[in-house]
Ligand binder design. Structure first.
Ligand code: ADP
Length: 647
């Protein structure tokens, strides 16, 4: 990775912009299978909130009828119950109110429990489904997407964005229904009890709505800034932790500390800016709520106290209903204030859904032909028929034309950047050819299923990645049904058995970050054991012995020779001694085959291969000047591309 501001690079932007109505799609695709939990959540949420409204109303009724002298149910006709069901004596009414309030509390608690179950399981199910689908899609993306700068982005989609959905699907939904019931329910009840006082109590509502709207408008860009600065901070930290060796060895700790200080300060500033706005908003709401409360208290209080409507008001207002007004006005304001938060959560969830679907909609250049058939390997012949390919528009390898007969070994040699790995990546079908065709036993790679093709191909590369887990699990990776004996045989064939036995727990030794660290050579031998166990018809060795000392190389070479016997093998090696026995050697330069033949033929030819052989045999003094110049130029070119690639 480099220090360039890669965080602005957004590989999925194009697809993201094309995602239409991401929230609609989220609910349609992932919500529908979990509709039951959602409905349970909605129904119990509404029921719980409605029940929450009951106690203040019953208190008002009690004040008027039990402690006052109005007829029960006069102010607020208990429409849901027929009159004949209503209790007649004050004692009965008293107990009726108590039972109703107690029942409302009890039932509401039950509904709150069910509501939490509904929304939480809805959110968790969706989150799980989205996460696994996104991961499955990501695994099938072209190799281009796994360049360093994009793994961070994918990691962030898989963790941050998927997690952010939960906040809206659970908390957001909860708040939304609470707000709807509270605002609508209380609004309707207040107007029903006394529409004039209701108008007073609700007077601040338009102002609250306008303030909330304004708040969202102001805070949103600030939140966006915060998110972007936290992204930059994370990238910087991730980059520095990954490059800590370079930092230490270049003695640039102070420089890096300053850079981290800078991005952390940017995050601080952005966050502080948002916090300043947020902490002003809530007191402002309190003031508005207070204004509504005081106004209602003044008008309602005078009304009750003087027993006549003040100002231009008309009609009656009882003490009980006045109390109901006061209690409801208090409960009404806060759900309204939450509106801003709900909108905020919705928009964040929307942005995250767009990022998730953007990744899911990423076209796969390697889309499998629906009529693809399974590969049937007979002899193991591999033909490259005039193949041309480029990662971008410019071809990297062109007119690659050769045939390897089943069981033979083909070696690819040439300077760095000549296209050797690229040619093998095409056989592994990490990319499709732009022109020409690759055929295995007369079957075009594009017409066979990826799964069957990869089943028949074994790969041992330069960077032999080991998964967290035991040595045994790592050898068995891909051949999961292998038993212990087969694993040991494979390890023996790869000259790995002895060193494995010397590890603390033998085959059960944990490797990776939490376990023992293996040397490059040891990892390579495990990778070879993995390939031996898989026993593929076609084997690809991409500098498989690059990371080991000469002695180990000798050992490995023995196991490799055994492994490649009677198996079609492709080998790339910098050390030409390891491939000199290959049946055919292709010499590449600048993406084209410049020489081909056996070792003896090529030496006799006295071309590029002979020179490379000469260099490795230590005959630099005997090389023509022109060759050294060409090598220097080539080196400069590669360094330039490497620099470019690391950007
Ligand atoms: P070799 O294996 O001979 O060293 P490669 O096949 O790795 O050469 O690379 C051939 C050329 O393709 C180089 O110029 C390299 O910079 C370029 N290249 C390799 N991988 C990629 C990639 N993923 N995207 C773009 N260019 C690439």
């Amino acid at each position: 990775m480099s220090n360039v501001e890669w965080e602005d690079d957004d590989p999925f932007e194009e697809q993201r912009d094309n995602v239409e109505n991401p929230m609609g799609r989220l609910f349609r695709v992932y919500g529908t299978p979990n509709a039951f939990q959602f409905l349970v959540g909605v129904i119990s949420s509404i029921s719980a909130r409605v029940l929450d409204l009951l106690p203040p109303l019953m208190l008002g009724i009690a004040i008027d009828t039990i402690f006052g002298d109005n007829a029960f149910g006069e102010q607020v006709p208990l429409v849901v119950l027929p009159n004949s069901w209503l209790p007649a004596t004050q004692t009965q009414q008293f107990w009726f109110v108590i039972v109703t309030i107690g029942g409302a509390f009890g039932l509401a608690a039950g509904f709150h429990w069910v509501r939490n179950w509904g929304f939480n399981s809805f959110a968790q199910e969706i989150q799980h489904d989205v996460r696994t689908d996104t991961y499955n899609k990501m695994q099938r993306l072209n190799m281009d997407f796994f360049a360093d700068k994009q793994t961070g982005e994918m990691m962030s989609i898989l963790s941050n964005d998927v997690n952010r959905l939960e906040r809206f699907l659970n908390d957001g939904m909860n708040s939304l229904f609470r707000m709807l019931v509270m605002v609508l329910g209380i609004g309707v009840l207040l107007f029903w009890i006394n529409w004039q006082l209701a108008a007073v109590a609700l007077l601040p509502v338009p102002v609250i709505a306008a303030t909330t709207y304004l708040f969202i408008k102001i805070i949103q860009p600030k939140y966006a800034e915060t998110r972007s600065s936290v992204g930059k901070l994370n990238s910087r930290l991730e980059n520095n932790l990954g490059g800590v060796k370079v930092i230490k060895s270049s003695n640039t700790e102070e420089y890096e500390s300053e850079r981290v200080d800078d991005v952390s300060m940017d995050y601080f500033d952005a966050n502080w800016d948002a916090i300043r706005t947020r902490i002003k908003f809530f007191p402002a709401l309190r003031i508005l709520a207070g204004v509504g409360f005081v106004l209602t208290f003044i008008i309602g209080g005078l009304w009750v106290f003087q027993d006549t409507p003040p100002l231009f008001f008309s009609g009656d207002l009882s003490v009980g209903m006045f109390v109901v007004f006061i209690l409801y006005t208090q409960r009404f304001i806060w759900p309204m204030a939450q509106f801003g938060q709900i909108i905020n959560m919705y928009q964040r969830a929307r942005a995250s859904s767009a990022r998730i679907f953007g990744l899911m909609d990423e076209p796969n250049r390697l889309a499998e032909d629906p009529d693809a058939t399974d590969l049937v390997v007979d002899d193991g012949d591999v033909v490259y028929d005039d193949v041309t390919f480029g990662y971008d528009d410019d071809p990297v390898v062109q007119n690659i034309d050769f045939e390897v007969e089943g069981g033979e070994t083909l070696a690819l040699v040439g300077p760095t950047g000549a296209g050797k790995s690229t040619i093998l990546k095409l056989l592994l079908r990490m990319y499709d050819v732009d022109d020409g065709a690759i055929r295995i036993d007369d079957q075009d790679l594009r017409g066979i299923t990826l799964q069957s093709a990869r089943q028949s191909l074994g790969y041992v590369g330069q960077d032999t990645f080991m998964f967290y887990g035991s040595v045994r699990e790592n050898i068995r990776y891909g051949t999961f049904d292998a038993d212990h004996e087969e694993i040991v045989d494979a390890a023996k064939a790869a000259e790995a058995h002895d060193f494995i036995l010397n590890l603390p727990d033998g085959y059960d030794t944990e490797i990776g970050e939490r376990g023992v660290k293996l040397s490059g050579g040891q990892r390579q031998r495990l990778a070879i054991a993995r390939a031996v166990l898989k026993d593929p018809e076609i084997l690809i060795l991409d500098e498989a012995t690059s990371d080991v000392d000469t002695e180990t190389e000798m050992l490995i070479q023995r196991s490799v020779d055994e492994l490649t016997e009677n198996r079609t093998t492709f080998a790339i090696a910098h050390r030409l001694s390891t491939i000199k026995d290959a049946d055919t050697i292709l010499v590449l330069e600048g993406g084209e085959i410049v020489e081909r033949g056996s070792h003896e033929n090529l030496i006799r030819n006295d071309g590029l291969y002979a020179h490379l052989w000469g260099v490795q045999a230590g005959e630099i003094d005997e090389l023509p000047e022109e060759f050294i110049e060409r090598a220097a130029k080539r080196q400069a070119r590669t360094e330039a591309t490497d620099d470019w690639q690391s950007c």
